[in-house]
Design a protein around this ligand. Structure first.
Ligand code: KG4
Ligand code: ZN
Length: 361
């Protein structure tokens, strides 16, 4: 798709796919306002997101958050060129709140409506801040997803592989729950691990056998990847975190905290997750002959993952790009950005736009 409009557009983005209520106003790539209202305190006692509570809190928060965002941006609804909203994947009750509000505003103000895939928002977020030419490899790593995509162009993404069980963010959240550290766990474990020794406790790393052991030539052809995807469902590159989670449970039931401090346990656990993300990602980039790697999604906020991806990428001649922290975790600026591009290409959603819990990219 090629944009037919190149002038900067005023776009309101709305994001309610999980437990953050977010709105943002973009003018081209300039973020005029971006507000995120977190529900961490609501879900923390349960050690994970309670879908019914999440949608109820979105209902309560969404209009005040949109008002606040427009006010901060100094933009009236009438000045907007369109409204972009996350329509999937995510919790369907949560998504429906954003989609319904976006539709109502679009009808009331006669504005174009654009449905955005949450994963595309994460994948493109870094381009709000940095020039990252296509093609690039994207490790999309969040609470619900751990996948490798080959981003060939705007709107042209090939899934190379994904997790066979838990997402990496889920592995952090479940570990934090076992350690009694609350929800969401990734940030807490990251902070604790900074004071720990990553070598004090060694957890096992899952090493998945490549599905295709032999490939012709140094770089995989797209046809070969597509073939691998067809025969395996997820492709040549995969991740697995459920064994690590079980190893932590067994460790805590045996030696656990009587022998080691929480800082060392967190550092050892985090190191295992990071190892299992860095190695397959850099290998995929090399095998595909790519020069650029993007890491995005909530887990890309992890300080150890950022540091090791950049350093180890550099060692093998790859440039690694990570968004600033505010664009790693869920936000509406990334949704408005993906929506801006789609609207500029002439795409619009009808009022039949629906929320979809499972929406492939
Ligand atoms: O992208 P995101 O905000 O929501 C989803 O789309 O899932 O990602 C949330 C996930 C949670 O699992 C959270 O624990 C994790 O990102 N996360 C982190 C860090 N900050 C957030 N994981 C590791 N280290 C962090 N600093
Ligand atoms: Zn997300």
């Amino acid at each position: 798709m090629t944009p037919s409009r190149t002038d900067p557009l005023f776009i309101l983005g709305i994001e309610t796919s999980c437990d953050d209520t977010a709105a943002a106003v973009l003018h081209g790539t300039e973020i005029l306002a971006s507000v995120v209202s977190s529900q961490d305190e609501v879900h923390s006692p349960y050690g994970g997101v309670v879908p019914e509570l999440a949608s109820r809190h979105h209902l309560r928060n969404v209009l005040p958050i949109i008002d606040q965002t427009l006010h901060t941006a100094g933009v009236q609804l009438e000045q907007l060129d369109g409204i972009a909203v996350t329509c999937g994947p995510g919790l369907v009750g949560s998504l429906l709140v954003g989609v319904s509000v976006a539709k109502a505003l679009a009808v009331a103000k006669d504005l174009p409506l654009i449905g955005v895939n949450h994963l595309e928002g994460h994948l493109l977020a870094v381009r709000l801040e940095q020039e990252v030419p296509f093609p690039f490899l994207c490790l999309l790593v969040s609470g619900g997803h751990t996948s490798l995509y080959l981003a060939r162009d705007w709107g042209n993404y090939l899934l190379l592989g994904g997790t066979r069980d838990d997402a990496a963010g889920e592995a952090f959240d479940k570990a934090a729950k076992m350690l009694g550290l609350g929800y969401p766990g990734g940030r807490v474990i990251d902070r604790l691990a900074q004071r720990g020794d990553p070598a004090a406790v060694r957890f096992p790393r899952a090493r998945l056998k490549p599905v295709l052991s032999r490939v012709a030539g140094p770089a995989l052809s797209t046809a070969c990847l597509e073939h691998s995807r067809r025969i395996t469902g997820t492709g040549k590159y995969g991740f697995s975190f459920s064994g690590l989670k079980t190893a932590l449970r067994q460790f805590l039931q045996t030696q656990g905290r009587t022998t080691f401090c929480d800082e060392d346990i967190a550092a050892g656990y985090q190191e295992a997750v990071v190892d299992m993300l860095v190695e397959p990602t850099l290998r995929a980039a090399r095998e595909l002959g790519l020069e650029r790697v993007v890491v995005s999604g909530g887990v890309s906020a992890n300080s150890r993952l950022r540091q090791r991806m950049i350093a180890e990428g550099e060692q093998c001649g790859l440039r690694v790009f990570v968004p600033s922290l505010k664009l790693c975790t869920d936000n509406a600026a990334m949704i408005a950005f993906a929506g801006t591009w789609r609207l500029a290409c002439g795409q619009r959603a009808s009022l039949a736009l629906n929320a979809s819990a499972v929406l492939p990219l």
